[in-house]
Design a protein around this ligand. Sequence first.
Ligand SMILES: Cc1cc2nc3c(=O)[nH]c(=O)nc-3n(C[C@H](O)[C@H](O)[C@H](O)COP(=O)(O)OP(=O)(O)OC[C@H]3O[C@@H](n4cnc5c(N)ncnc54)[C@H](O)[C@@H]3O)c2cc1C
Length: 502
Amino acid sequence: MNILTGGINKVMNEYKNTNFDIIVIGCGIAGLSAAVSAQQNGSKVAILERAPREERGGNTRYTESFWRMKNEDEVSEDFEDQFAKNSGGWPDPGILEDLVRDRENQPAVLKSLGIVDPSLIATLAAEAPNALKWLKEFGVKFDFLPLYFLSQSTTRMGPIGGGLALVDALGSYADSNADDITFFYETAAKKLISDDDGNLIGVSGISKGNKKINLFAPNVVLASGGFEGNSEMLSHYVGPQAQFIRPVSRGGHYNRGEGIQMALEAGAASCGDFSSFHAQPVDPRSKDMEPVVLNYSYGLLINETGRRFTDEAPALVDSTYEAVTRIIMQQKNGIGFAVFDNKLDDIDNWNATVRTRVAPYQANTLEELASLIKIPSEEFLRTVNDFNKACPENQGDFDPLKQDGLKTHGLALQKSNWSRPLTEAPFRAWPIICSNCFTFGGIKIDERARVINTEGDVIPGLYAAGEVAGIYYRTYTGATSVMRGAVTGRLAGNDASLRRNS
Ligand SMILES: Cc1cc2nc3c(=O)[nH]c(=O)nc-3n(C[C@H](O)[C@H](O)[C@H](O)COP(=O)(O)OP(=O)(O)OC[C@H]3O[C@@H](n4cnc5c(N)ncnc54)[C@H](O)[C@@H]3O)c2cc1C
């Protein structure tokens, strides 16, 4: 546990006598769910939020917030299978075999292991419908809403109004219960405070004007998001390519990893893939929130050297874009171009797959297009001509809504679906870079959102919710991060309140 030197006796400011039961750090879906459920259980709550009030809500504020649900009562059919498939790595089966024991009887080496705990995923699946119904009590409505994929490999629902509707609904409830829930805006938590016996007793932070603030409570919920807004941590964990990555929305800039660092300093076990993050392909020229470019599977992806570098269409784009985006990140200057001919317009509603409002580069010849996007035209033309010659002769079966099997023949780097030659002017190109929706590395928690230490034991009073709690490895199981925040936030708020009442 991180102990402020000099201890509690020296900690002096106007809030020192304030009697909170729970301090929540961050007010996205995880923090608000924790704070509101704790208040509903009779607790007095302080919320520290780095952003000003009008920007509260972190990533949650900007997300469309799809939930991987079959309907309001069930998660998608593939929910637990996808988590298992995306658990990553090759964990030691000799250690994993003890997962069949109940948690109390598992060895410490397993309890603290950085793996996606199946019982936590089962809790997520079981609690997601309850969290959804709870959110509806605050006036949020869920439905099957249109999104930026023309067809999908799973089922998704979302709140009407997106994540902002969630922040507004829970935030308004918190505002109207100001006797029990106190917000500290423009205040960033920095350290946990412990007493001389190592018990968690509060949080130290910095508020506007570099003023130090200390708040006291026996329970702390870390809900401050990942480290997508911290370039130093990104360089450290993700590597040199981090220089080409930016948060996909404004909210991500507020998430600088302090919650994760505080927990690690307090002895928490880590979980989730620290070297990875949810990658999204965006137009670098755009100021829009989440300016994705997801039409590329119908065209070609070409890098600055004029070459293709990946199969653009291995399967439906909703299940493959993350892997493709990571490969874009590895290209020269971290950029690729999605290139099309006029046949893009044959595809009904393709505009839905492009959220940047900046117009593509457009030209009447491929040479002109190469010059506009500053790619050596000889190499660019060779790449397009080689591709055109490798396209299947029979174009009759082109179907943008399913894997149509129209694959190239004879290329070392195949395109597996939707291969049609680029021959008809005008030609268009969108630049694409890899953006960071949120980071995967975080803290190990149990089914009550309690933080587990490196020895496999619970750290009393310390909880982690949302992005702070790492559960993803390698590939993001799509449309599960907001629900993770809602579920783990509620678990934390409820459990911390029980602790208070016991
Ligand atoms: C554009 C976009 C689209 C997305 N689409 C989806 C989707 O469809 N489905 C899905 O499931 N997920 C989606 N996601 C991901 C999802 O929105 C987030 O992972 C989730 O909302 C995170 O919730 P959170 O509460 O953990 O963090 P956040 O919502 O990011 O909240 C963290 C809060 O902590 C505050 N904070 C940070 N550090 C500190 C500190 N030191 N002290 C005090 N406060 C601090 C921040 O200001 C912020 O308010 C999307 C994200 C984005 C940006």
